[in-house]
Unconditional design. Structure first.
Length: 264
């Protein structure tokens, strides 16, 4: 290989490595999150003038008329959506109280299920003990005992696993509910402070079906954030109508539409 050819090969490799490095180096916050509302293709990020980030439709289905969007605009729109989950200390106290009250019903359900499962486990154990005595007395064959004992012990193992699941669910129900409330309450603040990768993780956890069309962002809250957003909005409206001193009670309103559009 001549020196000139080697230098040309090195130049091509350097350009490819440089492009790969640039792609890996920059982490676009909203990559893989948004679809174009016109054609359904993905919106992808691109750096302009070495510093500005714009998103545009990939155009895989043909030329798309949706113009480029600045990343700052998308960040603001997503931030406004997350504001729909924010609530003050008064609402936090009310929702936490409602969650604890519902936990009482949840606890009773799990305790009753555990009692039923434990009774079934004990019933099989009584059978095993009686059959073992029959085996010792020669009333049943050893082979029959081994077969039935294996079947009943397998059933007992299944009951024990179900009991453990109910015990775990009973312990985590309230803790997970409070953590979700705290996450929803601080979602907007966390989003505005985080790095691009963390912004994307938070959005993937809270929203889905994000589309961008004609300058408008639409998204669907995932469960249970959908019910929380509707309830927070209903609480705010009721409090505005009734006055700050009124005693309010708001249901979760699970049947409401959780498809949200940013108010342009």
């Amino acid at each position: 290989m001549t020196r000139e050819l080697w230098e040309r090969v090195q130049e091509v490799l350097d350009r490819r490595l440089s492009k790969k490095h640039r792609k890996v180096k920059h982490d676009f916050a909203f990559s893989g999150l948004i679809s174009c509302g016109h054609c359904g293709c993905s919106l992808v990020g691109e750096i302009k003038k070495g510093r500005y980030v714009y998103y545009h439709c990939t155009g895989f289905k043909g030329k798309c008329r949706e113009p480029y969007i600045r990343e700052e605009v998308l960040e603001q729109r997503f931030g406004d959506l997350l504001k729909g989950l924010a609530f003050d200390d008064e609402v936090m106290e009310w929702v936490s109280r409602a969650l604890r009250e519902s936990h009482q019903d949840e606890r009773v359900y799990h305790e009753q299920a555990i009692a039923r499962l434990q009774a079934e486990y004990n019933r099989l154990q009584t059978r095993l003990d009686a059959m073992y005595v029959d085996k010792l007395d020669g009333r049943i064959a050893a082979g029959f005992f081994d077969q039935k004992a294996a079947e009943w012990r397998a059933e007992q193992d299944r009951f024990l696993r179900a009991i453990e699941e109910h015990q775990t669910a009973n312990r985590t129900y309230l803790d997970e509910g409070i953590r979700l409330l705290e996450l929803a309450r601080r979602a907007h603040t966390l989003f505005m402070r985080q790095e691009p990768r963390e912004k994307r993780r938070l959005l993937n956890f809270v929203v889905s079906n994000c589309t961008w069309k004609d300058g408008s962002l639409q998204a669907t809250y995932r469960q249970p954030f959908d019910m929380l957003a509707v309830s927070t909005r209903a609480w705010a409206q009721a409090r505005t109508a009734a006055g700050p001193a009124a005693e309010l009670e708001v249901n979760w309103l699970p049947g409401q539409d959780s498809n949200l559009r940013h108010p342009d």
